[in-house]
Every structure is written in structure tokens, then in C-alpha cells.
Write a protein that binds this ligand. Structure first.
Ligand code: ATP
Length: 295
């Protein structure tokens, strides 16, 4: 079942923008030729909590408490094609939540469902590794490319691991992905021979190698300057819009909220609130680029 997202402006989105910016965005928004259509719910979270035991301490660290993302909860499940950002103060539980959704970390309790496939404390490591390889792509702040492999080899690797494509098909796809991220002339470069922005592009191409439904991004622009931040965000938005890849991104940067359909605020291990973005993102990113050019 598909659903058109209803847009409204939250007060939270005004806080870091001038009136001039808000007016310009409203004008652009009103000129938008289409509404973004979202697909079915593909990530639900029910009563998830995560407590860490610390050796020598009697009390646990309560990283997450009763997190819910489903249609009967205040904060609903994540839909196919949605671009969700997770924000909030340091230590609030953002990365823990992202890692649980990515099945890198197991919850202490509660149920996560990724495209109908349940993930619980009892899920085996093999089952989770297979789920990750087939459905989820990861992008981290620190790129995590293999230093001794070229851009091309880094992108080819996840396809080799899953073993679905022939060598010729893998090579073709790796080239296409590197072209898509604007690096067709850098394919033989090692990570050390690429700029930070270029390395992050390789990481994104690698994350897309097995055509994941969900892209999880932990501070993907955290190490980048403003120009590279905008370029990477534009690239992610294009992937989100053109391939309907669901993006879930942790960020501290309020300036990139304009790319999201929804922002979830996590604090002290709980959802504090969510905001839906009224601004239609395709125009917003054009606006954002134009705005930067005038600076
Ligand atoms: N492996 C761990 N063992 C013990 N405590 C942990 C572990 N990982 C995270 N924590 C604690 O859980 C809480 C949430 O951490 P988390 O990294 O999810 O926060 P965050 O919102 O992503 O923070 P930041 O914005 O600084 O990255 C913090 O108090 C942190 O110290």
C-alpha cells in the first residue's frame, strides 16, 4: 500500500533559518510539480531497549529505552523511499539505534522487523549477516575503505562476497556505480589517493553494490567541508529519489535536515519528537546549492 506523505512545517525547522530563507523555500515548495510517494513500511521497531553491562558496575548503561516505530505508535514505521534523519544530543542513543536497525548490534529486548524479517536477541549471527548483505548498505563517517584496494576493488568486494554475479557482471556494475557517484576517472586510485569527499563517494558506491533496500548512514558528512557535504547530500538524495532506496541517517548537522522527509530526535535513549519536512527536497537541494553560491 502506498501513501503520500503529508507535509507540514514544524517550528523546529525555523530555528536555524532566516525569514528570507524560509520565504524562498515556501515559494520553491509551492512550485513543486509532484508529491513524493512513499511505499510500504519496511522497518518497524517495537519496545526496543538496549542496556550495556559495564564490568565492575552494578547499574547498566541504559542506551535505549522503549523505542517504538510502528503504525500504532506515536512515531510510525519507516517506509520504502523515506529519507529519515536521527538527531539529538551526544550520548542520546542515535548510533545505538542505527546499529540495532542495521543488525550490527542486538537489542537487549524488543522486536525489530526489516522488510517483514524479525530480528530479536535470539537471531543467529549467520541469519543477521545474510540479512545485512542482502538488504542493507552502510556508510560511516570514517569511510572504512580497504586501504590496499583500489576504488574499483572496494566497490566490487560486496558483490564478490554475495556471489550472485559473474566476474564480468561484477566489473560492469562496479564501473557503473563509480560512474554514478562521479568517479569514473578515479577507479584505479587507492583510498589514500582520493580526497575525503571522493572516498565517501566510493563508500556510497560500495554500499549500493548489492542493491540494498536500506542505506544506513552514520554522520556521512561529519569529516567533510561544506561544499563536499552538499555534494554528498545531493548524491544521497538522488539515490533516494531515483532508486527509492530508504535512507536512515544519523547527523549532528542541522543544515542538512532539509534533505530529510522526517527527522526523529533521540535524547536520553528515547524519542523526544519527530518533524516532517514541508520543503520538497528536489527543489530544496537546488535552492541549497544556489544559496551556497551566493555566500
Ligand atoms: N559498547 C558500549 N558499552 C557501554 N556503553 C555504551 C556502548 N556503546 C554506547 N554506550 C553508551 O550508550 C549511550 C548512547 O551512545 P550512542 O553512541 O548511541 O549515542 P549517540 O547519540 O550516537 O552519541 P554521539 O552523538 O556522541 O555519537 C552512551 O551513554 C554511551 O556511552
Amino acid at each position: 500500500m502506498s501513501r503520500i506523505l503529508s507535509w507540514f512545517r514544524s517550528e523546529d525547522f525555523k530555528s536555524h533559518k532566516s525569514q528570507e530563507q524560509i520565504d524562498a523555500e515556501k515559494k520553491l515548495s509551492s512550485e513543486l510539480p509532484f508529491e513524493k510517494e512513499l511505499g510500504e513500511v519496511i522497518v518497524t521497531v517495537q519496545n526496543i531497549f538496549k542496556h550495556y553491562k559495564i564490568p565492575g558496575r552494578s547499574d547498566n548503561v541504559r542506551a535505549l529505552e522503549d523505542i517504538n516505530l510502528h503504525d500504532d505508535a506515536e512515531f510510525y514505521g519507516i517506509r520504502r523511499g523515506e529519507f529519515v534523519m536521527i538527531r539529538g544530543p551526544s550520548g542520546g542513543g542515535k548510533t545505538t539505534l542505527l546499529n540495532i536497525i542495521g543488525t550490527i548490534d542486538k537489542p537487549s529486548g524488543g522486536i525489530l522487523e526489516i522488510m517483514g524479517e524479525p530480528v530479536t536477541q535470539e537471531s543467529s549471527d549467520n541469519y543477521l549477516a545474510d540479512l545485512r548483505l542482502r538488504k542493507i548498505g552502510f556508510v560511516f563517517q570514517t569511510f572504512n575503505l580497504i586501504a590496499t584496494m583500489s576504488a574499483f576493488e572496494n566497490v566490487e568486494l560486496p558483490m564478490t562476497l554475495i556471489g550472485k554475479l559473474s566476474r564480468t557482471e561484477r566489473r560492469k556494475r562496479a564501473k557503473e556505480l563509480l560512474k554514478m557517484v562521479g568517479l569514473e576517472d578515479r577507479i584505479t586510485h587507492l583510498p589514500s589517493e582520493l580526497s575525503g569527499g571522493e572516498q565517501q563517494r566510493v563508500t556510497i558506491a560500495r554500499a549500493l553494490a548489492n542493491n540494498p533496500e536500506i542505506l544506513l548512514l552514520d554522520e556521512p558528512t561529519g569529516d567533510l567541508d561544506t561544499r563536499n557535504t552538499v555534494e554528498i547530500m545531493d548524491l544521497l538524495l538522488n539515490i533516494n529519489l531515483n532508486q527509492m532506496t530508504t535512507c536512515i541517517m544519523v547527523t549532528h548537522n542541522p543544515d542538512v535536515e532539509c534533505y530529510a522527509d522526517r527527522v526523529l530526535y533521540v535524547s536520553d535513549g528515547k524519542f523526544e519528537r519527530q518533524c516532517l519536512n514541508q520543503i520538497q527536497t528536489p527543489l530544496m537541494y537546488e535552492h541549497y546549492n544556489n544559496y551556497l553560491k551566493t555566500k
